[in-house]
Design a protein around this ligand. Sequence first.
Ligand SMILES: C[C@H](O)[C@@H](O)CC(=O)C(=O)O
Ligand SMILES: [Mg+2]
Length: 436
Amino acid sequence: MVKITDVVVKDIRFPTSRNLDGSDAMNEAPDYSATYVILKTDKGEALSGHGLTFTNGRGNNLVVAAAETLAKSFVIGKELGDITKDFGTFWHELVAGDSQLRWLGPEKGLVHLATAALVNALWDMWAKSEGKPVWKLLADMTPEELVRCVDFTYIEDAITPHEALAMLKRKEAGKAAREAEMHEKGFPAYSTAAGWLGYSEEKMRRLAREAVEGGWTHLKQKVGADIEQDVERARILREELGWDRHLMMDANQIWGVEEAIANMRRLAEFDPLWIEEPTSPDDILGHKAIRDSIGNIGVATGEHAHNRVMFKQFFQAEAFDFCQLDPARLGGVNEVLAVLLMAAKYDVPVCPHGGGVGLCQYSLNIVLFDYIAVSGSLENRVLEYVDHLHENFEEPLTVKNGRYFPGSMPGYGATLKADSQERFAFPDGVEWAETV
Ligand SMILES: C[C@H](O)[C@@H](O)CC(=O)C(=O)O
Ligand SMILES: [Mg+2]
């Protein structure tokens, strides 16, 4: 038995805006930040749970306050086993059990980001207590155990627990072989590292060249500040990539629907695999209109889709080609499972969001599990890779020749090193003390 005794929530910010790492048309100078939850237990140093949600800097303190409030109301004093034995019900309580807190969302905005950090910390703790990474904990569960982790509220018109169970059972036969394949060959990936909008054309060309030499076959370019500049940067990237490799584009919500259609018709000559977040993340019918108007270019979105109900509608409306769920914007692993199940049913590939601190780590766990136990397919699936800040985590990421390899340390893979937690603490860590 493990009792959760206390919570510490930290405001951690990395000053990525200084070099414009992570910059795009909407987020010109982000400071990659984490609301970082540490759940302590009666096992002391031997067991704790670390979880995060990603923010862009200012406002991270608001999410910290929400995570503290939620933890005190729903988590502190509980037994881990009481939570995990019926995790779907616990998750429902967390998002809907206090109607005053629910008012702040519901299931969206900063209260849902806080939910994500807390739930991810619980999964980290559960996986650590079992001595497994989260992907393996999930892959080893029975279909019944997995379905018990999901809250089907508001999505039963798209998928029922009974259907989910049947789908998971159908995939059980090949699980061991797919797991072995991931260890041997890894999971296909793409890199955004060259494409940040604040990088000069020279830097972008150099990084793209290095990426191609390093075995990358898919690169993503940020677009949307100025169409002439987008064309010029796409030309440079195509010169470096050639035409056998893939180029993706990401507008980060900057365009209206008509504008997105016009701009993507212009950029079609560069044969983009997808246009990501072409317009408002809430505009499901707008995405559908764009998808219907830009020929073979896929529409990708999801990093700002805040809950399973949004994804349900994207699936039902056939509004996107690539589902880019974000494991720290959805309410943690439990809600991610709901989206994976719907994606498999509607046959939409899941290519989760990685552009934020800790998101590559979380998303790797998710795609491995998805391949092994849910979708069983690698078709049109690539996981995002961004190359900064990984040195701050206890477990290094293994990425070779454009493919991710499974981690082996117990937990969810995004436990920050103790000295990084101190150095980047906002506003008192040494990295910030002289600037604020
Ligand atoms: C602000 C973030 O860096 C954002 O640009 C990430 C993103 O859109 C992506 O990785 O995709
Ligand atoms: Mg994006």
